[in-house]
Design a binder for this molecule. Structure first.
Ligand SMILES: Nc1ncnc2c1ncn2[C@@H]1O[C@H](COP(=O)(O)OP(=O)(O)O)[C@@H](O)[C@H]1O
Ligand SMILES: N[C@@H](CC(=O)OP(=O)(O)O)C(=O)O
Length: 326
């Protein structure tokens, strides 16, 4: 479809009236530039906020209900969010309309909690766009062919947005979140983290697959399929990351681009150092060998090093590698 842009607003960008005002301004600006806009939203906020995914999940006991029902209650957060944003935009003179994943034509595989999009029936969205509407689509959810509600796994609104971008040949997908792009490490753990200006799909995928939670790996796969440019940014409009076919981040042998962390269990975390030809980085080898970090397991690959550590050693390890090598 010509002149289509997709905007995705994550749960962390939808919390306050101030966020919604910013979103309104972004949509107004984009609407002026592009003829067609699709908006994808996540559930509002995080645990403790009334309709966030984790808050909704606190109301149930997994042992007592089926995965179908877990998907059903979880999907409510995105539906509430899409109606609230649609109502806010209509109040401000836009012609917006909220859609569930099903109404948006998202058809998925049968797994209730981590399904994959297998098809999109785009008729309803096309019809609404032709009538001048801005569809506000509930992310994270789809429907099986039999009509069960499914989830695209945690963080799956990115997948909704990227799959729609790819299906409708969007020019670009803008993902709004609470950090200015994919950074050299999680800025909530290390303040010295820096934004990576541009990444090609493969490098972005490596980071996402290793736990760089800011974007879902499946979203990068969808974007790559149809060369959709992704920009990850904040509503404040500071720095941003562009993901596309080409990258300014041309890594030299031995160079490190990003360090991610992942929970293994209650007491251990995996730290993944991502880069190029890391076996050629002698200094990195000696840091790993000589610094006391309580490393419990170490795996060396060409483009990444994985360390498993007790949680209380992770910050020290992250700071050491991040501040000396990125
Ligand atoms: N390398 C990284 N770069 C940026 N953010 C990261 C990275 N690794 C983890 N994060 C985390 O990802 C979070 C954004 O993703 P998420 O919580 O899913 O937001 P949203 O609700 O907007 O989708 C950030 O708040 C940050 O803590
Ligand atoms: N609300 C879902 C889906 C999602 O993508 O959320 P967010 O965009 O806020 O990470 C989740 O928490 O998993």
């Amino acid at each position: 479809m010509n002149n289509l842009k997709v905007l995705k607003f994550g749960g962390t960008s939808l919390r306050t009236r101030y966020d919604k005002e910013k979103i309104r301004k972004v949509i107004a600006k984009e609407h002026e530039k592009e003829n067609n806009l699709l908006i994808v939203v996540s559930a509002i906020g995080r645990l403790g906020d009334p309709y966030s995914t984790d808050t909704l999940l606190r109301h149930i006991k997994y042992s007592d209900i089926s995965t179908r029902e877990v998907a059903l209650i979880s999907s409510c957060g995105e539906v509430i969010s899409s109606v609230i944003l649609s109502s806010f935009l209509n109040e401000h003179g836009f012609k917006a309309i909220a859609l569930t994943g099903r109404e948006a034509g998202i058809i998925t595989s049968n797994s209730h909690l981590d399904s994959h999009i297998i098809n999109i029936d785009g008729k309803k969205i096309e019809n609404l766009l032709s009538k001048g509407y801005i569809p506000i689509i509930s992310g994270f959810q789809g429907n099986t062919k039999d009509g069960d509600i499914t989830l695209l796994s945690r963080g799956g609104s990115d997948v909704t947005a990227a799959a729609l971008s790819s299906f409708f040949n969007a020019n670009q997908l803008d993902i709004y979140t609470d950090v200015p792009g994919i950074m050299t490490t999680d800025p909530k753990i290390l303040q010295s983290a820096k934004t990576l200006k541009s990444l090609d799909y493969n490098l972005a995928l490596k980071i996402a697959n290793s736990g760089g939670k800011v974007i879902h790996p499946e979203a990068i796969r969808w974007a790559k399929k149809n060369n959709v440019i992704i920009k990850i940014k904040t509503l404040k409009g500071e720095k941003e990351t562009t993901i596309g076919q080409h990258s300014d981040t041309n890594l030299k042998p031995g160079e490190i681009v990003c360090i991610t962390t992942n929970d293994m269990d209650a007491i251990r975390q995996k730290v993944t150092i991502i880069g190029k030809d890391l076996n050629k980085n002698k200094e990195l080898h000696s840091y790993i060998l000589y610094y006391d970090m309580n490393i419990q397991s170490l795996s060396f690959f060409q483009d990444k090093v994985e360390l498993i550590l007790p949680k209380n050693s992770v910050n020290k390890c992250l700071k050491l590698f991040h501040d000396n090598f990125t």
